[in-house]
Design a protein around this ligand. Structure first.
Ligand code: KG4
Ligand code: ZN
Length: 342
């Protein structure tokens, strides 16, 4: 089964054609990063307008790369939640209209389910159940993936998502946007022990975590140094920050692995590209004797290939959209975002 998938939840316009949920026939990602970098973050209206301009070209390119005409696909899928609503509406409405014009099924996909599914493309043998650490710009969750379309949240952030914290710290350190990759490279060679940063715990919730105290500590350090006219060792501070994020996430994932007894561990989302996190996860998996699945860097950030992979399993589960399908700025990963005819 060939699915044409569309992704437009934030600042990447993407289209891909995926076979049977596992094989990438084509994948095109058109990033708006340079536009938003001028403003230090994503400007929602600009993102929506750029999606509108790019979506036909990106879809066309995905079809050309796969050597397929739109009528030859078996279904069309699009990210319908969560994300910036104006941005989501562009891809969701385009995908829905394309599906109905071709008389093919339309499959609405949850963006975070898609991030997890990126691993099905990279690892053909990977099957649920497994434990996932989801770390993206908007979400940080510990998820038990019981089946392709059955999820249980075991823990998560009480405030900022990991990627959000990276982006805010990058802004304070003048590293630019998007912050994650910039902080990652700034931290290389830095002395992580030079600055002491808080590693917060959430009372009575051992699998939950928090990044706002950590973020505030970095902001205060930077402001105090500026006030006193001191030079900040940015590389050391970035390293201490990466270390603190990793030290917040990895022990909770380890605890979840011990509590559930699950030996397959997956990481997903933009922050899964972080070199400090990848190293720490490898060390943790070795210690536990668990199998670790880290998506290749090309599949960590937003793309439509991951949406096409998850769409296949949503289709098999009967989660097919109707003409009433809408998009939603927020939706939990366990929710079925298909709008049924009542
Ligand atoms: O999953 P994603 O592409 O978009 C969302 O669904 O949010 O994640 C984007 C986030 C951004 O906050 C970005 O700064 C972060 O992932 N990111 C990283 C790295 N590469 C991207 N964070 C830390 N280290 C990286 N190497
Ligand atoms: Zn994402």
């Amino acid at each position: 089964m060939k699915i044409l998938a569309i992704e437009s939840s934030c600042d990447e316009t993407a289209a891909a054609i995926i076979q049977d949920g596992r094989k990438i026939l084509s994948s095109i990602v058109d990033s708006q990063v340079e536009t938003h970098a001028l403003y230090g973050g994503v400007v929602p209206e600009i993102a929506s307008r750029r999606h509108m301009e790019a979506i036909v070209r990106v879809t066309d390119l995905a079809c050309q790369q796969a050597g397929i005409q739109p009528p030859q696909v078996d279904a069309v899928a699009a990210t319908c939640a969560p994300g910036l609503i104006g941005a989501l509406l562009v891809g969701a409405n385009f995908g829905k209209a394309l599906a109905f014009s071709l008389s093919k099924p339309f499959i609405p996909v949850h963006h975070i389910r898609g991030h997890i599914a990126a691993n099905y493309l990279a690892f053909p043998a990977l099957k649920p159940p497994f434990l996932t650490l989801v770390v993206s710009g908007g979400h940080s969750l510990l998820v038990l993936v019981k089946d392709y379309t059955a999820f249980e949240i075991l823990g998560g952030t009480r405030d900022d998502a990991a990627g959000e914290a990276f982006d805010k710290v990058a802004r304070v350190l003048g590293a630019g946007y998007p912050g994650g990759p910039k902080i990652d490279s700034m931290a290389q060679g830095g002395d992580a022990s030079k600055y002491k940063l808080p590693h917060a715990k959430v009372k009575d919730a051992p699998l939950d975590f928090s990044f706002s105290g950590l973020k505030t500590a970095v902001i205060n350090l930077a402001h105090n140094a500026a006030q006193k006219g001191e030079t900040l060792d940015k590389s050391a501070l970035a390293a201490a920050f990466c270390h603190a994020v990793v030290d917040t996430l990895v022990p909770r994932l380890e605890l979840a692995a011990k509590q559930t007894g699950i030996q397959q561990i997956v990481c997903a989302g933009g922050v899964a590209a972080n070199s400090w996190l990848r190293q720490a996860l490898q060390a943790m998996a070795e210690k536990l004797g668990a199998s670790l699945y880290l998506p290749p860097l090309s599949l960590c950030g937003d793309n439509a290939a991951m949406i096409g992979s998850q769409a296949y399993y949503e289709y098999l589960a009967g989660n097919i959209g109707t003409t009433l399908q809408n998009a939603f700025a927020t939706a939990e990963i366990q929710e079925n975002i298909c709008v049924k005819i009542s």
